[in-house]
Design a protein around this ligand. Sequence first.
Ligand code: OXD
Length: 305
Amino acid sequence: MGLAIISPGKNMDAWISNFQSLDPSIPIQVYPDIQDPLSVEAALLWNHPPGILLEFPNLKLICSMGAGVDHILKDPQLPEHTPITRIVDEKLTWSMTNYVVMGVLNHHRQLVRYQQQQREKRWDMSSPEIEVSIGVLGVGALGNDIVDKLSYMGFKVSGFGKSPKIMSYPYYFGSQLDDFLQQINVLVCMLPLTAETEGYLNLELFKKCNPGTYLINVARGKHLNEQELLVALERGYISGALLDVFHVEPLPSNHPFWEEERIMMTPHIASVTNPNAAAPQILENFRRMKMSQPLINQINRIKGY
Ligand code: OXD
């Protein structure tokens, strides 16, 4: 009884060699070459074809290949009671925090402006720093680390979440969104994608931001109403954005974001799961599943994260 890896179009060699060197006794099958569906007890998924899990009647564990599980939960034919885990890993957190710190510093120290000045051979020392007060929407494992590191660097940082929590930093929740937005001028989206958070970054929210707020979205493309971001830029609610995620990936070549100078983009690389770091926790959960022990990093299906 073994593990199926289902991640169409991606090279799985690094995962396979990690699994094999950690525990060669576990049979691994890689989609689409699954010869023995009855033997599949655990599935490791990234953008799997919807409905495919129904082909595995002995499935007892579903693992996301990344931190997010929205790609799994959107499958309308997801087996109802099979537990789902996600990756929580220091390296993933480290990369994500580095990316956001880079985005904040780039905005704060205006690297884009100085690159432009260099092209124009222009020496302008005026206003060398933009004052920033950062707000992180969504303070789970990843968001919290971002708040901690930016606070450590001396930035003013607040967090926003769904429910009350005692935090070591200014924390807003629930109906306090407007107060949170009033405290900040850099908004970092770290929310999980759920029915509640889809389209959360929209014109209504942008209007409530301090004029000229800078947006960083490293969560999911569907958090952002892309058309309304363009409107918010035109109206000055938002001054610019760093985006790593998009509704459609790869971003289509006719998408207006390509032409928008105030938007800086990267191709969903803010933090990419490293198989060396993540394979041990998949196998640990495989072992726990076999022994009927509590899983690590299991998500709550009702909450959606
Ligand atoms: C993830 C991602 O969820 O890469 O890990 O987006």
